[in-house]
Design a protein around this ligand. Structure first.
Ligand SMILES: Nc1ncnc2c1ncn2[C@@H]1O[C@H](COP(=O)(O)OP(=O)(O)OP(=O)(O)O)[C@@H](O)[C@H]1O
Length: 224
């Protein structure tokens, strides 16, 4: 099964092409590291896979369907942590999990409490996230996407603001995440971007390089 298929995808912002005729296939169950310089189009690609932005031209399927219809199977962690400052970590996660349940489409096996413990945070910490350090907010944000129990996890710069020890913990957690069984029996896919490629390399199965919106290469990492 394919996690995503892009066929000649172009994304225009006005007359500016953030992605140009990009054709790539992402296999289900693999970890893809997307590399490219600032402005290469990495976030644009992730936002499309998340169904938050549509291609201007070209074909895109995610988990064998239209990207904007797969949002309950896909979780996206952007640069911005997307947390409500005045709520605690647990309240934030409970709120988001309520939104998913409200849609009647929740397939989550992870609870907010389990997700917070998994990222090394105390679910009972009675402090609004505005008082958390940037690194802690990043963990809450990761817990938020993990508790959605996604088949495809999209992480945009997940290591920014984390110290080396926290990065190692996050990598271990993502390695575990790959093995968590899904109710539909499918394998989980991770797509992540980072400017710290050396940190993510041990987790990655494939490296996709893009430059100025164009495909450069797709290579399997050494461990394959
Ligand atoms: N909403 C938008 N409107 C106009 N231009 C945009 C918009 N979003 C992105 N761009 C432009 O598209 C290009 C690709 O942006 P994108 O954020 O995808 O790059 P990136 O590879 O993620 O960069 P970075 O590593 O700096 O985050 C950039 O030149 C950016 O300025």
């Amino acid at each position: 099964m394919q996690a995503a298929v892009l066929t000649n995808v172009t994304k225009l912002y006005g007359r500016f092409a953030a992605l140009k005729n990009l054709s790539v296939t992402l296999e289900a169950g693999a970890v893809y590291l997307v590399l490219g310089e600032n402005g290469a189009g990495k976030s644009t690609l992730l936002r499309m896979l998340a169904g938050l932005s549509l291609p201007t031209r070209g074909g895109l399927t995610v988990l064998d369907g239209p990207a904007n219809k797969q949002q309950r199977r896909v979780a996206y962690m952007s640069h911005a942590t997307m947390l409500y400052d005045e709520l605690t970590a647990m309240e934030n996660l409970t709120y988001y999990s309520g939104l998913r349940k409200g849609s009647g489409e929740c397939a989550c096996s992870g609870s907010p409490e389990m997700a917070l413990r998994a990222v090394g945070l105390d679910p009972h910490l009675n402090k609004p996230v505005s008082q958390y350090s940037q690194g802690m907010r990043q963990r809450v944000s990761l817990a938020r996407v993990l508790s959605a129990d996604p088949e495809m996890l999209l992480l945009d710069e997940p290591f920014s603001n984390l110290d080396v020890h926290s990065v190692a913990q996050m990598l271990d957690l993502l390695k575990d995440f790959r093995t968590w069984p899904l109710a539909n029996g499918h394998a989980r896919t991770i797509v992540l971007t980072t400017h710290q490629a050396e940190l993510a390399m041990p987790l990655a199965d494939h490296v996709l390089r893009i430059q100025a919106g164009e495909f450069v290469s797709m290579e399997a990492t050494q461990k394959q």
